[in-house]
Design a protein around this ligand. Sequence first.
Ligand SMILES: Nc1ncnc2c1ncn2[C@@H]1O[C@H](COP(=O)(O)OP(=O)(O)OP(=O)(O)O)[C@@H](O)[C@H]1O
Length: 235
Amino acid sequence: MTKYFSVASMQDVLLAQESRTIFEKVNLEVASGEFVYLIGKTGSGKSTILKALYADLPVEDGKIIVAGYRVNHLEHAEIPFLRRKIGIVFQDFQLFTDRSVFENLAFVMRATGWIDKVAIQHRIDKILKQVGIDDLMYKMPHQLSGGEQQRVAIARALLNDPLIVLADEPTGNLDPTIANDILNVFVEINKAGTAVLMATHHHNFLKKHPARVFYCENGQVKDIDRNLVIQKMTD
Ligand SMILES: Nc1ncnc2c1ncn2[C@@H]1O[C@H](COP(=O)(O)OP(=O)(O)OP(=O)(O)O)[C@@H](O)[C@H]1O
């Protein structure tokens, strides 16, 4: 029997942006291997939640634990260790434009302690196959479509075999067909065992791939029934 454990949690967390309170008491939990959507209107705080989880936002009060790390009590020097246990994917890909796909990935690997060139090559081969772009290994980012660039960014997030991938609007820059393809990449990653927490405005994803939903509204994060969102879409 599979044993589940918590890979990300917030307990009574107070989050502020430039001294303005955005959330007063967030409570949430993502279990190992889960897929959870994070939705809510523009400005409702989705990115704020994700930033707090990957230690990019000072936390005013409460307790955040991600991949076993007590995030809001981490020393600055410990943050890279947390980040090795999580993958982060952004809307705007954030690739090095002056390096090939291979070099984008190899750079991150060397920076996170990989030394053996053969191991690096094997890992990159495997991850690029997993996200369906192994034929693009030596292309430069400008030679790739938006969807392909996002697949590179997803590959980068997976290099160190994270427990959870935090994705902030990963399909926001892509047209609907490509957005669906990228959703499927996340679904496959999740089926392989990695938890996914995805902030998205693409509510049709909930129909295509039903999963738990955290809904940000009025300074709260609610664990809501996905059917409510689907119902709203069809109203
Ligand atoms: N760096 C910042 N400095 C000051 N205020 C900020 C900053 N980043 C976000 N905010 C504010 O915090 C609130 C929550 O923003 P956040 O980006 O988390 O929302 P969001 O739900 O991710 O929005 P979107 O869907 O547009 O990406 C907003 O009112 C926003 O203006």
